[in-house]
Design a protein around this ligand. Structure first.
Ligand SMILES: Nc1ncnc2c1ncn2[C@@H]1O[C@H](COP(=O)(O)OP(=O)(O)OP(=O)(O)O)[C@@H](O)[C@H]1O
Ligand SMILES: [Mg+2]
Length: 386
């Protein structure tokens, strides 16, 4: 929330409203005006003000009704009611309906400004509390997933390890049979071609399984490594990094007419981190988004940097993820793709990388609407000096 106060002044008395608006503007408050409750509601819908000053007695929709409707709208608007001296008891009714406070006319300017500042302060506090609660919730969810992943990782790596030995025996035996088939005395062996074809299939399947177990063992290693090696940390130019990742998925995106855009509120956003690891995560997320979007799809990478936090958001308008699948996203081997299209390791590996870099990764999605992955990394406050 910006420090400038955005105010909507609603009063049917033109002179009173205009003079008050002028005075408030002189005090640095951004004021818009409405002469009727109905108009105020329309303006709130289009561009909600932080604070609404509302006259109680107006022709058409009265202040109380308008207040109730404003309080039902999304957002954190605070309303200060203005009542006539004789209708001061209405103010209490207004407070019950959610008004921040009420003042009776004629209004004393300094008093009104004090009230406006208090209301603004309340909104700022509520926003802070909401953000803190959302962050807490994210960390909590991350911890629940982390525990499950750790258990799954231990089990999966145990299995991968066990599979590697028989796999080596199969590979070796297939190679041995291949050698025998190539001996001169086997030249006229019946159905020799079919044997060769079968051995080739065994060889391919074993190579693929070996790759998966290798990937899994590598991923579990990253997961269990609590923190990344700080000697690999440099000042990462985030725009360059995103451009590099985009250039790698661009051919596939272009083929499906999917556009990838980059947004940043800082012209030179940077993070103190490991560029290769971050590149791998971005590639995983972007390629998933390309796979999830159809022709004409849109992917947006959004960068936000502050001293406390570096945020990378990858958002697409693709097929989305069902509520049932959402909690399983980061599990090893969780995939909805065909066996030769995906192994289900991309997000598991990405999770491990971001966690080891001291960050958080989370996902939000709505089926048929799109998916948003949010990565938060530690900010740049003071970590860069050596
Ligand atoms: N942006 C997205 N939109 C919709 N579904 C997604 C998105 N990202 C991931 N998913 C779902 O999550 C699953 C797991 O993704 P993950 O990257 O871990 O594995 P994968 O893409 O299936 O295989 P790979 O190991 O090749 O990455 C995907 O199969 C897909 O169902
Ligand atoms: Mg993937």
């Amino acid at each position: 929330m910006k420090d400038e106060i955005n105010l909507l002044l609603v009063d049917d008395e033109d002179d009173f409203r205009q003079i008050l608006a002028k005075r408030l503007t002189r005090r640095g408050i951004h004021v818009r005006q409405a002469e009727r409750g109905q108009k105020a509601l329309q303006m709130q819908e289009q561009q909600p003000a932080d604070i609404v000053i509302l006259d109680f007695k107006m022709p058409g929709m009265g202040g109380l009704e308008c207040l109730k409707k404003i309080k039902k709208m999304p957002g954190l608007t605070e309303v200060i009611l203005l009542t006539g001296h004789a209708d001061i008891h209405f103010g209490v009714e207004g407070i019950k309906a959610g008004a921040f406070d009420y003042l009776s006319k004629p209004v004393e300017l300094d008093h009104l400004i004090r009230k406006i500042k208090q209301a603004h302060h309340k909104i700022k506090r509520l926003i802070g509390e909401k953000e803190a609660a959302a962050f807490k919730e994210r960390v909590k969810r991350q911890m629940v997933v982390a525990e499950r992943l750790a258990a799954l990782g231990t089990m999966a790596s145990g299995v991968a390890h066990e599979i590697n030995n028989p796999l080596a025996v199969i590979q070796e035996s297939a190679g041995w049979l291949q050698q025998i088939l190539e001996q001169p005395e086997m030249q006229d062996m019946p159905r020799k071609k079919d044997f060769q074809k079968g051995l080739e299939r065994i060889h391919n399947a074993v190579t693929r399984t070996g790759r998966i177990t290798q990937q899994l063992l590598q991923a579990v290693k990253t997961q269990t490594k609590e923190t990344a090696d700080p000697s690999t940390f440099v000042e990462v130019d985030l725009i360059k990094l995103v451009q590099e990742a985009v250039s790698l998925v661009e051919p596939e995106a272009a083929m499906n007419q999917v556009t990838i855009e980059l947004e940043s509120d800082d012209p030179h956003p940077s993070a103190w981190s490991d560029p290769l690891q971050l590149l791998q995560v971005l590639l995983n997320l972007l390629s998933n988004s390309v796979h999830a979007t159809q022709e004409g799809g849109r992917i947006i990478v959004c960068l936000k940097v502050s001293l406390e936090e570096v945020t990378i958001i990858v958002k697409d308008n693709g097929c989305g993820i069902s509520e049932e699948n959402l909690p399983r996203m980061f599990e090893p081997f969780f995939t909805t793709k065909e066996a030769d299209q995906g192994t289900g390791m991309g997000l598991y590996v990405s999770w491990g990388i971001i966690t080891s870099l001291g960050g958080l990764i989370s996902v939000e999605s709505e089926l048929n609407q799109g998916t948003t992955f949010t990565i938060s990394l530690p900010g740049n406050n003071g970590v860069k000096e050596t």
